[in-house]
Design a protein around this ligand. Structure first.
Ligand code: CP
Length: 325
């Protein structure tokens, strides 16, 4: 076990080695067990986390805030619009100043071409860990919770298990690429064969694709890309199908929506789920566009693990906070 993570940032999924992620998982499962037994876990008594949001959230906000309280500390919810950032506070100033007030700084900033750079700039100036609550490139805490959930359902040895990371139709808005990108980076390290499925206009960032292929090579796992949702689902152990935007094809929102609307048939429904293994699990980070992206029958059905997946956010995040702060 690689246990010394004190002071470390978690911005990209590969910032922690595989062994360090294993440590996080050990601690996360232990925290989950302790919670079930009503044991107290005051590992961060008197510590304070800043949670700086540039974008809305249900699960991330709730689970970071409750997670800090369960660890005996406090989380300060800070909406960027209520700060002086619009009046000139720079990322460096936030890192320098909040780094002196708080014991950790978590940030959600998903603006295309801006969010990830912002987090890195804050981290450069901060004396305390910076934790990525989602940027336009990565959503590392979601994927740690996903990994926990997959292990709970498929066992700790995930070698040769097939995960399908699929695009799905959703017309509401162009969702970030960060969840599929983080999935294809992290899952090969745990032995999973990754099948990435999307229509041609929904490519992921080329540098992330290169890194994911490199992880697959390094850990001897499969990595396949296809543009056929049915073919991808065949024989899968894990179906992770969600929408993301065509940001790498167009910067124009209306054009992006026109492209999305070409692929209404990319829905996870009962027929498609039958193409996967009988005991395949269905995953989605939520929020989902119900009966557009995924049917209610699948989302609320026997193969769905979405509520456990949402719960595991709190355990995975508390583990990282306890280890780093
Ligand atoms: N999955 C997830 O990050 O949910 P929120 O956007 O509600 O935080």
């Amino acid at each position: 076990m690689q246990t010394y993570l004190h002071g470390r940032d978690l911005i990209g999924d590969l910032d922690f080695s595989k062994e360090e992620v294993e440590t996080v998982l050990e601690v996360a499962f232990d925290l989950k067990r302790k919670r079930a037994l009503r044991e107290l876990t005051p590992y961060l008594r008197d510590k304070v986390l800043a949670m700086l949001f540039f974008y809305s959230s249900t699960r991330t906000r709730g689970s970071f805030e409750a997670g800090m309280a369960r660890l005996g500390g406090h989380a300060a919810f800070i909406e960027s619009t209520t700060t002086q950032i619009a009046h000139g506070d720079t990322a460096k100033e936030i890192g320098e100043i909040y780094g002196r007030y708080f014991d950790g700084i978590s940030i959600r900033h998903v603006d295309w071409g801006i969010g990830n750079a912002y987090l890195n700039e804050v981290a450069k100036a901060s004396r305390v860990p910076v934790l990525n609550m989602q940027c336009e490139v990565y959503h590392p805490f979601q994927i740690l919770a996903d990994l926990m959930t997959i292990m709970e359902n498929k066992g700790r040895d995930l070698r040769r298990k097939k995960i399908v990371v699929s695009w799905a139709y959703a017309s509401s808005y162009q969702k970030p690429l960060s969840v599929p990108q983080s999935l294809i980076l992290q899952m090969p390290r745990f032995g999973m064969d990754v099948v990435l499925a999307h229509p041609p206009e929904f490519k992921l960032m080329p540098e992330i694709m290169d890194q994911a292929r490199e992880q697959a090579r390094k850990f001897g796992t499969g990595f396949e890309v296809m543009d056929d949702m049915d073919a991808a689902f065949k024989g899968a152990d894990v179906i992770y199908a969600k929408s993301w935007g065509a940001m790498l094809t167009t910067n124009d929102k209306e054009e992006g929506k026109r492209i999305i609307d070409k692929y209404e048939s990319w829905i996870t429904d009962e027929r498609r789920m039958k193409l996967a293994k009988e005991d395949a699990i269905y995953m989605h980070p939520l929020p989902a566009d119900r009966n557009i992206e995924v049917t209610d029958g699948v989302l609320e059905g026997p193969n769905s693990v979405v509520y456990d997946e949402a719960e595991n956010r709190i355990h995975a995040q508390a583990a990282v906070m306890a280890l780093t702060m």
